[in-house]
Design a protein around this ligand. Structure first.
Ligand code: PNS
Length: 159
């Protein structure tokens, strides 16, 4: 049974994230999408809201489950028998930091990191840019699953 984790903040999940998760689900028997609980950083969406959005948008892939974690990612992996961390790479600029984390993680535990190139149509896409553009009135509907777009709209209207 192969089991990988796709970790991240997912605040909110974008079509770029979903592209990676869907493709990874074809490579592994199980994929856990793990949302980082970061007590030092208030996200726009609560962790529970992110989990709900991810559950809905990844529901079409049978091997995919959604969870949250705090602390070291490698501890989360070791406790669950997860041997692969999968990260999307958008551009060379992602590579330096991702390589650093991958090497740190493989030094801490026997967990390897695999990089999957994002689809070129998503290479500019990040949750923080989506939030910034949406906050300033830009149209981000093509960058998010419809349910995520609606949730973002409601969140910004409520603020
Ligand atoms: O979506 P993000 O914010 O780029 O995800 C970063 C994440 C969650 C993958 C990374 O911050 C992480 O793994 N955090 C958990 C704490 C940890 O294990 N830190 C050591 C990394 S070498």
């Amino acid at each position: 049974m192969t089991h990988a984790v796709c970790p991240g903040s997912f605040d909110p999940p974008t079509l770029g994230h979903l592209d990676i998760i869907g493709r990874v689900s074809r490579l592994f028997d199980r994929v856990t999408v793990a949302v980082l609980v970061n007590p030092d950083k208030n996200g726009l969406f609560s962790v529970d809201e992110r989990l709900d959005l991810l559950r809905t948008t990844t529901g079409q892939w049978p091997g995919v489950t959604v969870d949250s974690f705090s602390g070291l990612l490698v501890d989360y992996c070791t406790e669950r028998g997860i041997t692969a961390i999968v990260k999307g790479l958008r551009a060379v600029s992602d590579f330096d930091y991702e390589l650093q984390m991958a090497q740190m993680n493989s030094g801490l535990a026997r967990v390897d990191t695999l990089f999957v190139p994002t689809g070129p149509q998503f290479s500019f896409l990040s949750s923080s840019l989506v939030k910034q553009v949406a906050t300033l009135g830009g149209d981000v509907s093509a960058l998010l699953a419809p349910i995520v777009f609606q949730a973002l709209r409601s969140k910004l209207t409520d603020q």
